[in-house]
Ligand binder design. Structure first.
Ligand SMILES: [Zn+2]
Ligand SMILES: [Zn+2]
Length: 199
C-alpha cells in the first residue's frame, strides 16, 4: 500500500509531496490512519532549522539530532488501521490521539513514563515521521489514547499545546479553584490554556 506524505527536504523550502510505502507495523507497533494533524509554531522553527534564542544566540536543530528529509507533524489524531503481532490495548477502528513525545523507551526515565524527558528523544514529527501523511506508526499501543468521541481534527492539538498548558495549569494545584489565573499571551497556547481552565 502507498501513501502520500508532505516532506521537509530542505530548510526554508516548500514541503515536497511524496509517495511512499505505508509502513507495516512490527512487534508492538500500531499503524494509525491520520484524520487530523495540527500545525504547531514549532514546525516553523523546524522548517527554519533553528530557534532564535535572542542576543545573537541560536539553537540549531541539526546539532540536536533533527535530520532531513522529515515528515513533520506532532499533533496527530486518527484511527487505528493495523496492529503489529504483539500490540495490545487498542483495536483496529479505535479513534485515538497519538502521544508524540517519545524517548528511547528503555532508559529509567522512559520506564517511569516520563519519555518527554528522555535524553535520547524520538518524537514523532521531529525525530521520526509524523502526521503530515496519511499514516503514522506509533511504536507502542500506549501512545494511542482513546479520543472518547472528540473530533479528531479538533483534538489533535491536545497532543502539544494541550499537554503543555495542562502541565502549567496543574502546577497551581487546588488553588486554581479559587485564585484568579492570568494567562500571558492570547496565541495558540493562551487560547488552549483558557479552554482547559474553563473545562
Ligand atoms: Zn508543538
Ligand atoms: Zn529513554
Amino acid at each position: 500500500m502507498r501513501q502520500r506524505c508532505y516532506c521537509l527536504t530542505a530548510h526554508h523550502q516548500p514541503l515536497v509531496r511524496r509517495e511512499e510505502d505505508v509502513p507495516e507495523p512490527k512487534g508492538g507497533e500500531v499503524l494509525v490512519k491520520i484524520l487530523g494533524a495540527g500545525v504547531c509554531h514549532s514546525d516553523i522553527h523546524i522548517w527554519d532549522g533553528e530557534y532564535d534564542l535572542g542576543g545573537g544566540k541560536k539553537l540549531v536543530l541539526k546539532d540536536r539530532g533533527v535530520s532531513l528529509p522529515l515528515v513533520m507533524g506532532h499533533e496527530i489524531a486518527g484511527e487505528v488501521a493495523a496492529l503489529g503481532p504483539d500490540a495490545k490495548g487498542v483495536r483496529v477502528g479505535d479513534k485515538v490521539l497519538v502521544y508524540p513525545w517519545l524517548g528511547c523507551g528503555e532508559c529509567p526515565i522512559c520506564l517511569r513514563d516520563e519519555e518527554n524527558l528522555c535524553l535520547k528523544p524520538s518524537s514523532l514529527g521531529v525525530y521520526r515521521a509524523g502526521g503530515y501523511a496519511e499514516y503514522v506508526l506509533a511504536p507502542r499501543a500506549k501512545y494511542c489514547i482513546d479520543l472518547g468521541g472528540l473530533d479528531p481534527a479538533e483534538a489533535a492539538p491536545l497532543a502539544c499545546s494541550g499537554v503543555t498548558t495542562y502541565s502549567a495549569l496543574r502546577k497551581f494545584g487546588p488553588a486554581i479553584a479559587d485564585a484568579p489565573v492570568v494567562i500571558m499571551g492570547a496565541g495558540g497556547l493562551g487560547h488552549m490554556a483558557l479552554s482547559i481552565l474553563r473545562a
